[in-house]
Design a protein around this ligand. Structure first.
Ligand SMILES: *[C@@H]1O[C@H](CO)[C@@H](O)[C@H](O)[C@H]1NC(C)=O
Ligand SMILES: *[C@@H]1O[C@H](CO)[C@@H](O)[C@H](O)[C@H]1NC(C)=O
Ligand SMILES: *[C@@H]1O[C@H](CO)[C@@H](O)[C@H](O)[C@H]1NC(C)=O
Ligand SMILES: *[C@@H]1O[C@H](CO)[C@@H](O)[C@H](O)[C@H]1NC(C)=O
Ligand SMILES: *[C@@H]1O[C@H](CO)[C@@H](O)[C@H](O)[C@H]1NC(C)=O
Length: 382
């Protein structure tokens, strides 16, 4: 009796100890997870994925009431509508973060964005603690490399590259709440031709024209644009009648970028989603396109060993109403939130950095990376 009761006591004591250890460990563990999850939430806007909503999804309770001015140094005219959009929308977590386009605000600005295409010849005077951002939206082949004297000037990079400090892709694919309704049979029956490719620039590093021509040896492909045989309004991001017609008549749209570079997909592709065009895009890469374009809505040429293998697959899909419309139906579940929206996301990332820096003035701004901004940005040579 005595013995067993003492063992029971022991075991109760052990249980209590074990229980305590488990409780303390899981408490510490949950603190860890809360921290991890909060940091994910913080980084939410920087992700280049497919989201279910076009608004900032983070339910961040932290709102900074501080005022920040971000100067866009000699901005380009095409940025103006995006800036207007940001001014209306604001950054939820830092609502008093504003954009100036007036160089007279240089001294009072907390951050200054310089565009690769119109850097001032002479380095302007930097205000105290001012962050300078290098902004460029092209790959290494087409971006304008700043001259040597800019080498140590930039604190952050801003580009379509996912690893840049401020990420600004050319579009953002979002899942629709309500799906589009179409008569897919009718859409399919109207299509008379195989593939279409259009471009205004050639030659380019990706050798896209050669690829389009090679595919054309195995299936019907029409070439449009200044680089093809017939003109088709592609110079602007507006939906042209030509693009509309082409989307009605053709099955596949060869959206070939000038360079195959990670994360590099321009509005050429995003417009197909932005305007809900009833055509299936075929991209020439990059390999990581599926990270930001929904699977089953596009075809990546890089997934095929040759142009003839790709053409074979396209012909197979194009010959079957069921297979073809499956892609279209899948694509119709999504839309592109647009360039203005992505620009606002990018600005908000910067505003969050400014708010974070002011709260933690000794924090590292350049990610503690000793590499030059250019080397960092042009990773993998593109
Ligand atoms: C987005 O919506 C889809 C379909 O409604 C759902 O399967 C998916 O889990 C959602 N993703 C997120 C991140 O909420
Ligand atoms: C820029 O700011 C200066 C000084 O505040 C002001 O005089 C000027 O009118 C502004 N320019 C524009 C285009 O708003
Ligand atoms: C930003 O870059 C400048 C020039 O390299 C440097 O002097 C400054 O300390 C940097 N600012 C921060 C906050 O890191
Ligand atoms: C869809 O279009 C086809 C072909 O034009 C037609 O036969 C069919 O009745 C239409 N279906 C609906 C639901 O309207
Ligand atoms: C900033 O980064 C440098 C280089 O990685 C590191 O030595 C330094 O300790 C960091 N400072 C802070 C405050 O984190």
């Amino acid at each position: 009796m005595d013995l067993s009761s003492s063992t029971r006591k022991m075991s109760i004591k052990q249980h209590i100890t074990t229980f305590t250890i488990v409780m303390v460990t899981s408490f510490i563990g949950s603190l860890f997870w809360i921290k991890v999850l909060t940091s994910f939430e913080k980084e939410d806007n920087t992700l280049l994925g497919i989201s279910n909503t076009s608004t900032y999804t983070s339910k961040k309770p932290m709102v900074s009431s501080e005022t920040f001015t971000v100067l866009i140094y000699t901005g380009q005219s095409f940025l103006k509508p995006f800036i207007q959009h940001f001014r209306k929308k604001k950054c939820r977590s830092v609502p008093n973060c504003i954009i100036s386009e007036n160089v007279s605000d240089m001294q009072k600005s907390h951050a200054v964005i310089f565009n690769d295409v119109n850097l001032p010849g002479k380095i302007p005077q930097r205000a105290k603690n001012q962050l300078w951002i290098f902004h460029g939206m092209e790959t290494v082949h087409f971006i304008r490399k700043p001259s040597k004297h800019w080498d140590d000037q930039f604190n952050f990079t801003m580009s379509f590259r996912k690893h840049s400090d401020i990420v600004r892709p050319y579009g953002k694919i979002v899942r629709r709440e309500k799906e589009i309704k179409r008569n897919y049979t009718e859409v399919f029956r109207k299509k008379k031709h195989g593939g279409v490719w259009m471009s205004g620039h050639c030659p380019v590093p990706s050798k896209r024209k050669a690829l389009a021509q090679e595919i054309g040896k195995h299936m019907h492909v029409d070439l449009f644009g200044r680089c093809g045989a017939r003109p088709c309004g592609t110079a602007s991001t507006m939906l042209s009648d030509c693009l509309k017609t082409v989307s009605r008549d053709y099955k596949f749209y060869f959206s070939f970028e000038n360079t195959i570079c990670p994360d590099y997909t321009t509005e050429k592709l995003f417009n197909i989603y932005l305007y809900d065009l009833e055509i299936i895009p075929v991209v020439n890469g990059p390999a990581n396109a599926a990270e930001y374009l929904p699977k089953g809505t596009f075809i990546n040429a890089l997934d095929f060993s040759s142009a003839s293998e790709l053409a074979k697959k396209l012909k197979e899909i194009g010959a079957s109403e069921e297979k073809y419309t499956h892609y279209l139906k899948e694509k119709d579940k999504y839309y592109d939130a647009g360039n203005a929206e992505v620009f606002s996301d990018a600005m908000c990332q910067l505003c969050n950095k400014l708010a974070g820096t002011s709260m933690n003035p000794n924090g590292n701004n350049s990610k503690g990376n000793s590499e030059n901004y250019w080397t960092r940005l042009m990773k993998n040579n593109c």
